[in-house]
Design a binder for this molecule. Structure first.
Ligand code: LMR
Length: 395
């Protein structure tokens, strides 16, 4: 047999295109102007402009420090009690036997398991993704070797979902295609499906035998915990198999602790158990066991009635701040009125890339090139300056 040899040289690597969000974080951090406004990355800021550790989480961390006696391994599934408690919030009650979950390093870890599982089912499977989407979705899917089929999700001119295009894409999809859906608080547009659109998408998933992969990273930051999960719960009720990537990074404010879960739902407990064995193998190959600290603190919060009530109050404060700032922006200029009805942490401003760059240069205001901005990225004091600057460039 003929063998060819080739040396492996790092210098042979193709240059990579830098991740736009990570580049934006670095650019904003490097700007030393004192009145800088960073509405780039999706982290919550309170009225003073700080990203605090939630009170409930802080108390739980203290308790954890006092009571935890070992940091020995937990296994690839992480802490089953944590996953069970989050599962109840996502699915609206005790988990049926056909839904099983594992703890993951953030929503990103969960997405990576989802698409590795799709690739294990069929390496030639295609994944339908509406654009624009979170900039890391496509790299995760492509990194699993899967083919991406894009369809236009959002119309910048009408600031609404291009539902006809979405339906056409789903109608043209083949049985066995996977479809990535945003559970709520669409990132980057803030434009969610309404109830009847979710029902139609769900109907098409069943009719076309498509596999829904639902990414729910912002539950509680759109219309509240229950309302934000309604679309996903409809999909779960109607479809045989469903994959769900969940994140606690935003709704518990534990960003750097990397806390999430991956859930699978199938038609039977037996199938879910078999699929979960494969998921655990994929987790073991990827990170072996998930980080524990943030998940352990959240488990303490949710298992304690008083801390759980305080977390709900804190989540309510974050949501109220989102609504307040959205209303203020919507009232500030007719061309910003749509922002009031959109959901979650992000919306896209009607700005060209040149206008975004001008805001960066002249005003020290940092947002993504697409005009995506974090509604919660500014202090109370900064809101007026932000509005004036944006209106200034819109004209
Ligand atoms: C964002 O979209 O800003 C966040 O989800 C942070 C990230 O990892 O990109």
């Amino acid at each position: 047999m003929l063998t060819t040899t080739r040396t492996l040289r790092l210098s042979d690597l193709e240059p990579v295109k830098s991740d736009s969000l990570l580049a934006l974080i670095a650019m904003a951090n490097a700007d030393i102007r004192p009145d800088k406004i960073d509405v780039g990355v999706g982290v919550y800021k309170d009225g003073s402009g700080a990203t605090p550790i939630l009170r409930s989480v802080k108390v739980a961390e203290k308790r954890l420090w006092e009571q935890q006696t070992s940091k020995s391994y937990l296994g690839s599934a992480g802490d089953p009690r944590f996953t069970e408690l989050i599962g109840e919030i996502v699915f609206g009650g005790p988990l049926p036997a056909a839904i099983k979950g594992v703890q993951t390093p953030g929503g990103c870890g969960a997405l990576s398991l989802a698409f590795k599982l799709v690739a294990a089912l069929n390496p030639d499977a295609r994944v339908l993704i509406g654009t624009p989407t979170w900039p890391n979705h496509q790299p995760i899917v492509a990194g699993c070797g899967l083919e991406i089929v894009e369809y236009p999700y959002y119309d910048r001119d009408t600031q609404s979902v291009r539902f006809d295009a979405m339906v056409a894409a789903l109608e043209a999809a083949s049985p066995g295609d996977a479809v990535l859906l945003h559970g709520c608080c669409h990132n980057p547009t803030g434009a969610d499906l309404d109830e009847s659109q979710w029902a139609e998408v769900t109907r098409l998933m069943v009719e076309r035998e498509l596999l829904p992969v639902v990414d729910i990273a912002y539950q509680g930051l759109g219309d509240g915990l229950e309302a934000d999960a309604a679309g996903l719960r409809g999909v779960i009720a109607a479809c045989g198999d469903v994959l769900v990537a969940q994140s606690c990074d935003k709704n518990f404010g534990v960003y750097r602790d990397r806390v999430g879960n991956f859930f699978i739902k199938s038609d039977s407990e037996e199938t879910s158990a078999k699929a979960m064995a494969r998921v655990l193998q994929l987790a073991r190959e990827s990170w072996s066991m998930p980080p524990d600290h943030g998940a352990a603190a959240i488990r303490i919060v949710l298992d304690d009635a008083e801390l759980r009530a305080d977390w709900l109050a804190e989540l309510g404060e974050m949501l109220a701040r989102i609504h307040r700032i959205r209303s203020k922006l919507a009232a500030a200029h007719p061309s910003l009125a749509y922002i009031g009805a959109q959901k979650g942490m992000f919306s896209m401003l009607p700005l060209s890339r040149d206008q975004v760059v001008k805001l960066r240069k002249d005003e020290a205001i940092y947002m993504a090139d697409s005009g995506r901005f974090n509604v919660l990225g500014m202090s109370d004091e900064a809101v007026d300056r932000f509005v004036t600057a944006v209106i200034g460039v819109i004209g």
